[in-house]
Structures are given as structure tokens and as C-alpha cells.
Design a binder for this molecule. Structure first.
Ligand SMILES: *[C@@H]1O[C@H](CO)[C@@H](O)[C@H](O)[C@H]1NC(C)=O
Ligand SMILES: *[C@@H]1O[C@H](CO)[C@@H](O)[C@H](O)[C@H]1NC(C)=O
Ligand SMILES: *[C@@H]1O[C@H](CO)[C@@H](O)[C@H](O)[C@H]1NC(C)=O
Length: 339
């Protein structure tokens, strides 16, 4: 099921022509939206002068400097993962967790899952338990997977994807912290981003990437992002509400609401695919890399040789992901058997 869905994922980049079309379309949409129903929304959230209870978002961060940030940490040092419909840890999940622990070291990892009575069992959870410092930071929290948003039924096919798009916004609005997709490998400390109201990966010429957000729970952008689903959820469009709409409807107009990260979160598909095709990719220059594990079956020419990575075959894997995983697991490479 997951693989067939991935085939439909358009690369989250827009080409020049669709960019122009998108801008034209976006402008039409924006002018329409401004005159119809969005203006009151933006005004109420941003000016807070209509007695709307959301008004506190502006006062909380009024005049916040999105370039320099606060002079102290304002985002709690919690890394959030969402695991809908799948709680057991796999090898890659384990590598991701170890990397975040070693290279960033949050106070807590929150695993939000809709799996009832989820228990930390199985080979990789057992390894986590053996690492007492890591294990002491883990908390599992039950989170119902959304089935609707503002009265609109979520797509059946994309339910867990669109549900997770929504849930990550809500989780951050509840706790604040660092949201990571389950295949985001942390390379350097993320502390420098914890001084901002909201950090968003928005590469040049692309829609925002929703695989990483670092935010205070009262971030104005998060509130607007969630609101932007109201009366405008498009179930058939994979990345409209998750990425396109918040970019064109919010960020194009209010770039000051976020601290924009370009490139450093390794969201570009060229980065992820290089991990499986280039033996010596310069991965250390990023703070995070989105590894696109769900796309590896067509991006990695050697996929049929190691469909499932594990602690044995990773020793012989010659491409960059092998180096990254071996480093966080303290494993030595072994290329003696491979051709
Ligand atoms: C979860 O645990 C509770 C209490 O331990 C039990 O009553 C319930 O039946 C369990 N639910 C499932 C789905 O296993
Ligand atoms: C900060 O906001 C301004 C708009 O006020 C925007 O042009 C700029 O790109 C933002 N800077 C960052 C780092 O996001
Ligand atoms: C993988 O596919 C290639 C090309 O299709 C083939 O030559 C090779 O034998 C396959 N390897 C395995 C382990 O199946």
C-alpha cells in the first residue's frame, strides 16, 4: 500500500513552468481569498484586535525578530516523532533515533502513536532499552490519528499521511519542540534553531518541506497553518494542504512569521537520493538529511541487494547511508565480500 502511494508523490518541488503557473494561480487565489474569507482570518490572527481568542498569538510574538531570534532558548528540547499505524522500531528508525541522540541530545523523545497499548518490544526497542541514557528520555504518548479536519473527511488512501501532516501541527501547538519525520537523520545540534518562534525548511523555488519543524507552541505560523485547512481541504492532492497552500497563502505574504531554512535540512530529493547512489556524498555539511527511505526502492539501483537494512548488511553497504549509519552505531565497514 505504501509503495503504490509513494508512486503518486510528486516531487515536492515545482518546475519553472509550474512555478509560474503556480504563482499566477496563487495570485488569483490569494486575491480571491483575501476578499472573501481569508482576510478576516489573517487579520484576526495577526492583529488580534477583534476580540478573537486567537489574538494572543500576535501579542505573544509581536515584533519578534525572525533573523536573530530570542537571546535564549524558547523552544523546549523535545523531539517528536509520529508513528501512526506502526509502532515497532525498524533498523532505520533505530539509526534515526541514535543519530538524534548523539548529534543533538534532546531532553525527551516523544513518540506519538495511535497504536493502542503500544509496547516497546522487539529487537530495536530492546537495543534502545539497553542504552539507559537514551531510554530514560523516551516517552510514548497515545494520539488518535485524525479522520477529519474541520468537519472534512480525510482521504482514505492518504489517511495516515494527511493525518500525520495535521497531527504534527497540533503536537507542536500543544508542546512546542522539534518535529522530525521518521527518516530524518540529525547531523548537528539543532540548538541554534531553538531561539526562534518557528523554523521552517523552505528551499528556493519550492514549497515548504513539512518533514521538520522547530517551533514554540504559540507560533503564529502554526496557528495559521492549521486554520488554512478550514473549508479548503483537498483530499486527493498529496501535498496541497501540507505544503503548497501554507506556502502560497501564508508564507508568500508573511515571511516574517518563520525563520526560513534553505538547504540545511537536506529536504531536496537530490540530497536524499545521493545517499544511495554516491559512495562519498558530502553529508556532513547539512544539519539534517531527509533520507527518503520510502523512495529508495526506485532511487537506489542496488535496492534488490539490500531491501531491508540491518546491522549486518549495513557493514557492506558502500553508499553514503552506510557511512552515516555505521558512524552512529560505531560499526566498522566490511567491504571484503562485496564486489
Ligand atoms: C489495553 O490495555 C488495557 C488495560 O491494560 C486493556 O483493558 C485493553 O483491553 C487493552 N487494549 C488493547 C487493544 O489491547
Ligand atoms: C524574516 O522575515 C523577512 C520579512 O519580514 C523575510 O524577508 C526574511 O526572509 C525572513 N528571514 C528569515 C531568515 O527567514
Ligand atoms: C539485482 O538486480 C540486478 C540487475 O537487475 C541483477 O543483476 C542482480 O543479480 C540482482 N541481485 C540480487 C541479489 O538479486
Amino acid at each position: 500500500m505504501f509503495k503504490t502511494i509513494f508512486r503518486f508523490i510528486p516531487v515536492r518541488r515545482y518546475s519553472n513552468s509550474s512555478f509560474i503557473a503556480g504563482v499566477i494561480f496563487g495570485c488569483c487565489l490569494i486575491s480571491f481569498v483575501n476578499h472573501e474569507f481569508h482576510r478576516p482570518l489573517f487579520l484576526s490572527l495577526l492583529s488580534g484586535n477583534d476580540g478573537n481568542s486567537n489574538g494572543h498569538y500576535e501579542t505573544f510574538f509581536k515584533n519578534f525578530d525572525n533573523e536573530t531570534g530570542a537571546d535564549r532558548f524558547i523552544v523546549p528540547n523535545i523531539i517528536h516523532f509520529i508513528r501512526f499505524d506502526n509502532f515497532p522500531l525498524g533498523f532505520v528508525d533505530y539509526v534515526v533515533l541514535k543519530a538524534a541522540m548523539r548529534n543533538h541530545k534532546p531532553d525527551k523523545f516523544f513518540f506519538h502513536t495511535d497504536v493502542k497499548n503500544a509496547t516497546c518490544e522487539g529487537k530495536y526497542w530492546d537495543l534502545v532499552k539497553k542504552d539507559r541514557d537514551l531510554w530514560s528520555r523516551i516517552e510514548v504518548k497515545y494520539l488518535e490519528a485524525p479522520t477529519e479536519i474541520f468537519g472534512q473527511q480525510l482521504s482514505e488512501d492518504f489517511r495516515f499521511y494527511h493525518g500525520s501532516d495535521i497531527a504534527r501541527i497540533r503536537v507542536l501547538m500543544q508542546y512546542g519542540g522539534i518535529y522530525l519525520d521518521n527518516d530524518c537523520f540529525v547531523i548537528h545540534s539543532l540548538d541554534k534553531y531553538r531561539k526562534f518562534e518557528c523554523v521552517v525548511n523552505w528551499d528556493e523555488g519550492q514549497f515548504l518541506g513539512n518533514q521538520v519543524f522547530i517551533a514554540h507552541k504559540n507560533s503564529r505560523f502554526l496557528a495559521l497553518y492549521l486554520e488554512s485547512y478550514k473549508d479548503n481541504y483537498y483530499p486527493d492532492r498529496w501535498y496541497y494542504n501540507g505544503g503548497e497552500r501554507p506556502t502560497t497563502e501564508i508564507l508568500f505574504h508573511h515571511p516574517h512569521l518563520i525563520h526560513r531554512v534553505k538547504g540545511n535540512f537536506g529536504a531536496d530529493t537530490g540530497v536524499g537520493s545521493s545517499l544511495f547512489t554516491d559512495p562519498n556524498y558530502d553529508w556532513r555539511r547539512f544539519d539534517i538529511i531527509h533520507m527518503l527511505m520510502g523512495h529508495r526502492y526506485y532511487m537506489d539501483p542496488h535496492f534488490n541487494e539490500t531491501e531491508e537494512f540491518d546491522e549486518d548488511n549495513i557493514r557492506t553497504y558502500r553508499y553514503t547511508f552506510g557511512t552515516m549509519a555505521r558512524q552512529v552505531l560505531d560499526l566498522e565497514p566490511d567491504f571484503s565480500l562485496s564486489p
